[in-house]
Design a protein around this ligand. Structure first.
Ligand SMILES: Cc1cc2nc3c(=O)[nH]c(=O)nc-3n(C[C@H](O)[C@H](O)[C@H](O)COP(=O)(O)O)c2cc1C
Length: 200
């Protein structure tokens, strides 16, 4: 059984990585990480996550889409981020930090399940991927940005002719850029105040 301290260290070691070495992680590592995603809990055990793993030339092709998604976000970030962080984030969108692998996560929605339960189940799998990356010596960044260009991503991945897509069941939720970390950013601060309430 895993040591308790090791477990919490793993949780705390996770942070979003936005700069990667170009070396692609071996397939065995990726298989273990994706298998960890499949062990997440899901509403009614529907396992309604669908992952599309993009690498190689297809990953290179995605960069122009990522650049486009920046246009939908940049105005909000211009106000929220200090200039150096804004520039770093812009570069991240243009290069995806050289991440060699991008996993696109979809929910397979159904009338048999509440919409939020379906969506939440896929996010449970996302956290497994995030933590498995740490365990494998990799880094990752979960990205909602592709939602800015949802339809284009669906087309880019070649999903629009699938019967489930045509039936409106397949929905893009996020992407995760994965690779070997090439920076060691400070841990983003955490707030405790007001986040947890015990009720007796
Ligand atoms: C659902 C979700 C969407 C996110 N979208 C983006 C994104 O589009 N671009 C990005 O650079 N980071 C994105 N992030 C990463 C967050 O900015 C990051 O998790 C947060 O700032 C806390 O930092 P940490 O992950 O290093 O602890 C996203 C995270 C989540 C959970």
């Amino acid at each position: 059984m895993i040591n308790t301290d090791d477990f919490y260290q793993l949780i705390e070691a996770r942070k979003s990585i936005r700069k990667f070495k170009s070396t692609e992680p071996p397939k065995e590592k990726m298989d273990r990480i994706l298998n960890a995603a499949l062990h997440a809990p899901s509403g009614k055990n529907r396992q309604n996550w669908r992952f599309f793993v993009v690498r190689g030339p297809k990953r290179d092709e995605y960069l122009k889409y990522s650049q486009k998604s920046w246009n939908g976000i940049k105005d909000v970030l211009k106000v929220r981020l200090k200039p150096s962080l804004y520039e770093f984030t812009e570069r991240f969108f243009y290069t995806l930090g050289d991440a060699p692998i991008i996993v696109f996560a979809y929910s397979h929605n159904s009338e048999d399940e509440k919409y939020l339960t379906s969506v939440g189940s896929v996010y449970m799998a996302a956290q497994n991927i995030n933590l498995a990356c740490v365990a494998e010596g990799l880094g990752c960044c979960t990205m909602g940005a592709p939602l800015e260009i949802k339809k284009e991503v669906d087309e880019f991945l070649g999903l629009t002719n699938l019967p489930d897509y045509r039936d409106g069941k397949l929905e893009l939720l996020f992407a995760i850029a994965i690779g070997y970390p090439d920076h060691n950013p400070p841990k983003a601060p955490r707030e405790i105040a007001g986040r947890i309430t015990w009720i007796e």
